[in-house]
Design a protein around this ligand. Sequence first.
Ligand code: PHE
Length: 449
Amino acid sequence: MARETWGTRIGFILAAVGSAIGLGNIWRFPFQVSQEGGAAFMVMYLAFIILIGFPAMLAEFVVGRKTELNTVGAIRDFAGGYWQYLGGLFVFIGFVILSYYSVIGGWVLRYILGSVTGGYAATESAAAYFGMVATGTDTLIAHAVFMLLVIGIVALGIQQGIELGVKVMVPAILAIFGILAVYAFTLPGAGEAYAYYLSPDIGYIMQNWQSLVPAAAGQGFFTLSLGMGVMITYASYLGDDKNLGIDGISIVVLNTSVSILTGLVVFPILFSAGVDPATSGPGAIFVSIAEAVLDLPFGRVVGLLFFLTVAIAALSSAISLIEVVVSYAIDEFGMDRVKATVIAGVAIFILGVPVTMNTVFINLYDILAAQILLVLGGVLLMVLVSWLHAGEAIEELEQGIGDLGSIGSLWIWMVRVPVILVLLVSLYLGVTGYIDFLTGAFAEYLGTL
Ligand code: PHE
């Protein structure tokens, strides 16, 4: 059977944008911003997206389109030897990320329900409602429902499932969030929120770069879906005649716009309701938005639209995560798509079960995945493409664009030195930070005994 392909170029761009826009922009981004010093984080993040994220994305595209294979096959084909295990690492990262991502997706489904039934308005506090949603049997059920939606879409295939889905989902995200940003602009706390969010304190950056660098690099990779083969896989369904540069720029610009837009929605809502944006941790956006919208005009409708958008965004990313695993099973083992999707989905569901029992697993999985595994996967792939196969990489990038001249070598040198350097520094800081987190969590656990 012939390998599947995208029906249209815009289908590919929307799928990649749908993968990029997700919980990373809406759930992870605001709490990283408030944890890491507001606008200071923004500056670092934007710089990394452009200087690190974009060149790295092109490197993934090149490997995927040149080989037209899943990540494992693609890297084996591109580099051979032990490098193929890098593809295996990517598949593994897909498992880890989707397992907790889906649990959070399940929370979002519960908040949609809560907006409709007035659930979080009826509970004594927003934090108490979050406590109910975050763990327990219902959380497990919601996680299962979310995974079923993911399986359902991906089992339908590239064109009939993923491409059709993102053609509806991505415009919906942009439209609803646009409306919410206009609404947020009319709120009394908007001015204060914009100042907090958009005026960086350079002194803060100088003092805190050790936590800012890995956080911003990790967030940059996470939000662009880099470092785990999603962009390799999606580009493998693409023909040679497309301009990867333009596609990459469109994806980066759209994704960054949604992150900024999220800030323009979230921070005015929080400031207007007097909710402290520095409430950190994975529950932050849920607790604070639920608390805030209740005090605002049209609160429940706003809450409903907000969580609906988050759910759509999460779904359009989750399908890309599982597709990495599914395409591997199809290409390498000749499995049929439906069977591959169901098996992968069930395995990922099981890995997520601990997360539904204790939220500490979210940090455990998330920091490991975003600040260590994605960065590790990224750095290895960048070394492979830029140092070992630069010639082929430039040649492949030129397909569909034409002779790039010195731009091609500029790209390769960007990847060779600054991208790899930032990733290595982030990886080192990420690992040491994770060890601190683990010892801290362990001490806390002992304290509870
Ligand atoms: N980019 C997605 C988001 O921001 C998450 C993701 C990470 C998806 C890695 C695929 C791969 O939510």
